[in-house]
Design a protein around this ligand. Sequence first.
Ligand code: ASP
Length: 332
Amino acid sequence: MATFVPATDRRVRSPHLPFGDRRETPYYGMDILSVLQFRREDLEYIFGVAKEMRSMVERVGTFDLLKGKILANLFYEPSTRTSSSFLAAMERMGGSVIPINEVTYSSVAKGESLPDTIRTLQAYADVIVLRHPEVGSAQLAAQYASKPIINAGDGVGEHPTQALLDLFTIEEELGRVDGLTVTMLGDLKYGRTVHSLARLLASFEVRINYVSPEILPMPEEVVGELEHRGIPQARAASLEAVLPETDVLYVTRVQKERFQDLEQYEQVKGAYVITPETLRRAKDEMIVMHPFPRVGEISTEVDADPRAAYFRQMEYGLYVRMALLAMVLGKA
Ligand code: ASP
C-alpha cells in the first residue's frame, strides 16, 4: 500500500481482489502506521469488532474468517507479545503465518534492504506486520508494498497496535475514557508505546501526567501536539504527587537498548518500582498497566492486586489484533 492513508480517504488500490473479499469494507487494504490515522469513530468500530472477536474465541476458539490468508510477521527487533499475539490472532481466524523473528537467519543478514525484503514478502503474503529499529521504517515499507503494512514498533517512534489495545483495555476495565486522569511513568523519551498512547488519548477528554527521570521526558513533539489539541498535561516531580488522582497508571521500562551511554542507563534504571506499598495511596478503582516486558518496575507482589491489569491487557491485545487483521483484509 502507499504511505499514510487518512481515515477519511481509504481506497483500495490493489487491482487484485481475491474472491470473497469485500471491497466496500471501510478499512480494506489500509496500512496501520500511526495512531494519528484514527478518529474516535474508527476506535469505536475497531473495539466493536474486537468484542466480537472475543466472543467468537470464547465460544468456538478458532474459526475460518481468514482461511487462506497469509501474514508475514517480520521482526527486526525482539518481541514476545506482539509477534505471538499476531500469530495467534491469525491462527485463531484460520489463517497462516510466515514468521521471520530472527533476521540473522534471513537474507537481511546478507545485507538485503528493507524495500527488497518487503517486495519479496508481499509476493507471498496478504499482510505484513513489521517491527524495525528505525523511526519511519513502516512508512518506508508501505511505499514499496501493495499489501497492508502494520507497524509493530518503529524504533522510538510509534507502536500503534499497542496503543489501540491499551485504549481498549482502559475502556473495558474502567468503562470509559473521557474524564480519566492517566499517569505515564518511566522512560517517556524512548518508550514508543507512550508516544502512541498519548497521541491516541488526545481524541478524548483526559488529563495526562508525566513522571520520568529528568533525562527521559516525553518528547516535546508529542507534548506540543497534545497541547495543540487542548489536552491538559503536567510534568509531575514525583509519582506520590499525582498517584491519588490517577485512574490509569501506565508504567514503562527504561529502554536499555536505546542508550548510547550505558552508564547513563545504570543511573536511571531503578528509578521507579511499584510495590503494594505504593498502591496504598492509589484509588480503589484504578488500573495499573504496562506494555511489558517489565524489568523490575512493578514488583511481582503487585500481581495479585485486582488493579494490576497488565496480564489482562495482553489478552485484550489478541482481540484487537484479530480485529485489525480482519479489517485490513476486508473481512470485518
Ligand atoms: N514491548 C513494548 C515495545 O515493543 C514495550 C517495551 O519493549 O518496553 O515497545
